[in-house]
Design a protein. Structure first.
Length: 384
């Protein structure tokens, strides 16, 4: 791959380094490994509906227990995260935030005044679509800062430990706030304190910045550009590395342990081993995919959404552990560990899937502002 067109201005000086992986071309690099391919069908959604109906019966289709309720009433899921404590925190387009504990069967709800755009990995902070966008603390609803310095938010991301928050704007700038600045004690209404908090710790300008953004490591950010290249920016070492290029626009990125998984809207998934900067020798050609890496007992495993099918695969070889159809095109997959369910988003429903067997455990949906949590038989799991 040729050197990417990338410029960075950091603290007033140009500081960057680019390292390209061997074999990171726009065509798949198989290098002798097994290649998984999806079935060739005219419409993958119709195929998925047929599979779902055959496996689960008519209730698998929209309007039944598996995917309950008419889709027109459902509020879109905007983000979801699994916390270290095993809670699933879900943000919705109507401002509802649901904190769900499947193990304890507990639900806590918070209603914000604007749509949720992003949740922090800890589930304690939320970026909401006010004017200007605001960062809120979910425990008390306190506004930590208003993004007066950012006209349009292209994307945002937290590092896994929440120490850094990155915000990309439509001028190809990435602004960085430290947790210390965001969480600094309030000393009053002095305008100088407000301005100090709203100004980022630092900013960098690039030639092209596109969502999705994903924090990786202690001080790193993954972001993409318009030609399908994923970059890793190490803010501590002040270096930028080109990781991989896929055909099309990057659709999803996931990190776990030493691995990075990437999918594009042209239907391709690649897996990268970070420490050796090498592509794993298998790829997946999909009709439209989302990916999440789950921390496993030994190595991460790959949860891959392809059209109307969810599968769990070995990270080293791509070997399939299980797969299950669902009656819709997915809108995301949220997972953290094999000890927690996989949250599959489709048509405004979050289906919680057992990572061991692929069995459906429950479904979550926000219907007109009311959270509905059902088991596979349609019984409510909301505590009375």
């Amino acid at each position: 791959m040729s050197r990417p067109k990338l410029s960075a201005a950091l603290w007033g000086c140009a500081v960057f380094a680019v390292a390209l992986l061997s074999g990171c071309g726009t065509s798949p690099d198989h290098r002798g490994g097994p290649v998984a391919t999806s079935a060739s069908v005219e419409d993958p959604r119709e195929s998925a509906r047929a599979k779902a109906e055959a496996e689960f019966g008519p209730s698998a289709l929209p309007g039944g227990d598996f995917w309950p309720g008419p889709s027109a009433e459902r509020v879109a899921v905007t983000d979801a995260v699994w916390t270290r404590g095993g809670e699933l925190v879900v943000g919705y387009a109507d401002g509802l935030v649901a904190r769900v504990s499947p193990e304890r069967r507990e639900v806590k709800l918070l209603r914000l005044k604007a749509p949720v755009q992003q949740l922090s990995p800890t589930g304690e902070l939320a970026l909401v679509a006010t004017e200007p966008p605001s960062l809120l603390h979910l425990t008390n609803g306190e506004i930590l800062l208003n993004l007066n310095q950012v006209q349009v938010v292209e994307g945002s991301a937290f590092t896994p430990d929440g120490a850094l928050w990155f915000v990309a704007d439509n001028a190809n700038q990435i602004h960085v706030w430290s947790r210390e600045r965001l969480m600094a004690p309030r000393t009053g209404e002095d305008i100088r304190d407000v301005l100090r908090r709203e100004l980022p710790d630092y900013s960098a300008t690039f030639e092209s910045v596109k969502a999705p953004l994903l924090g990786g490591g202690v001080s790193q950010l993954m972001f993409s550009d318009t030609d399908g290249t994923i970059y890793r920016w190490d803010t501590k070492e002040q270096e930028i590395w080109a990781i991989v290029r896929l055909p099309g626009v990057i659709q999803s990125v996931s990190i776990a342990s030493a691995f990075i998984a990437v999918t594009s809207d042209k239907g391709q998934m690649r897996l990268i081993e970070q420490s050796a900067n090498t592509l794993l020798p298998w790829t997946y050609k999909a009709t439209g995919s989302w990916v999440a890496l789950l921390i496993g007992d030994a190595e991460p495993v790959v949860a891959l959404v392809d059209g109307g099918e969810l599968s769990l695969r070995e990270s080293a070889t791509g070997a399939q552990r299980w797969s299950r159809p669902f009656p819709s095109t997915g809108c995301g997959v949220f997972a953290r560990s094999v000890k927690q369910p996989i949250a599959l988003c489709a048509d405004g429903v979050l289906a919680l899937i057992d990572p061991t067997s692929g069995a459906l455990q429950s479904t979550l949906q926000n219907r007109g502002g009311q959270l509905i949590w059902l088991d596979p038989d349609g019984a409510s799991l909301i505590p009375r």
